[in-house]
Design a protein around this ligand. Sequence first.
Ligand SMILES: [Zn+2]
Length: 294
Amino acid sequence: MDGTVSSYVDDEERWRAVLRRDRQADGIFYYSVRTTGIYSRPSCVSRPARRANTVFFTDPEAAERAGYRPCRRCRPREDSALDSSVTAIARTCALIHRASETPNLDTLAEAAGFSRFHFHRVFKRLTGVTPQAYVASCRADRLRRVISEAETVTEAIYRSGFTSQGNFYAMSTQILGMTPTSFRTGADSVAISFSVAASPLGPVLVAKTEKGICSVLTGDDEPELIARLRDRFPKAHLLRADREFDERVATAVRQAEPPRPGRDLPLDIRITAMSERLRKALRDAPSELSVQTR
Ligand SMILES: [Zn+2]
C-alpha cells in the first residue's frame, strides 16, 4: 500500500488509477477502449489506451450493454481479481467476530490494508451491508448468544461489546423482539409465530412476537430450524405465522439476497450479512406497523 487515498469518483482519478495499474481499484470500476471494443480492470497489464478513447463503467454488465467485450488478459468478467479484496474483507470480518470490544472503522480499514473510504466501499460491495451495520449485527448476535448464560442482563450487555446499557436498551426490542428478561428465561408464555423461506444460502426461519422480530435462523433444513427455535425459547407458544407474514418474509429474503461479487466470502460471513439485510428489510417494510400494534 502506498497510502494513496483514492476514491475513483471522477474520470480523472480513474484515469490516473489506470495509468498506475491500481489493484485497489479492481472491482470498483472498469475501463473500456473505444478503438478496440474491449473493457478491462484498472490493473490490467495491457498497454493503456489514449485518454480520449477511454470510457469508464462501474460494472462489467454496463460495459457489455454498451457493446464492449471482456479483455482476455485480465478477465474482468471473472471475480479472480476480487480475490485480494475478498481475502481482506474476510480477514476483517474474522476480526469483528473475535473482537471483545467493538472495533472502529479505522482499525478495520487498517486491518484490511485499505484506505477508510476504499474499505467502506469494498465491504459494502461484497457483503451488501456497511462495516458499521456488520459490526452492530455481530454484537447483537453475541448478545443473543450470551444473554441466557450470563449472570445478569447487565453482564451480557457488556460481554457482547455494548459500551453502555443505554446503547443496548435503546435497541433491545429490535434485537430481541421481547424484553431481555423474557428472552433470558425462554420466553415464558410469549406467543411466537414463525415463517420459513428459501434463500440462496439455505432455508431461513424468521420468528416474531407481537413486539417484533425475535429470531432469524439459517440452517440445513426446516426441522432443524424449528428445533433450534424451540431450543432457544422452550417456554414459548410456537406457531406457524399466517400467510401474510410468510409473504413478507419471502419478499424480505429476496431483498436481502447476497451480492454476487461476495460469493467467495466464507459462508458464515455471507449469512451474517444476509441476516442483517433481512432484518432491515423487515423493519423497513410498510406492514411493520401492523406487527407492532397487533
Ligand atoms: Zn485487461
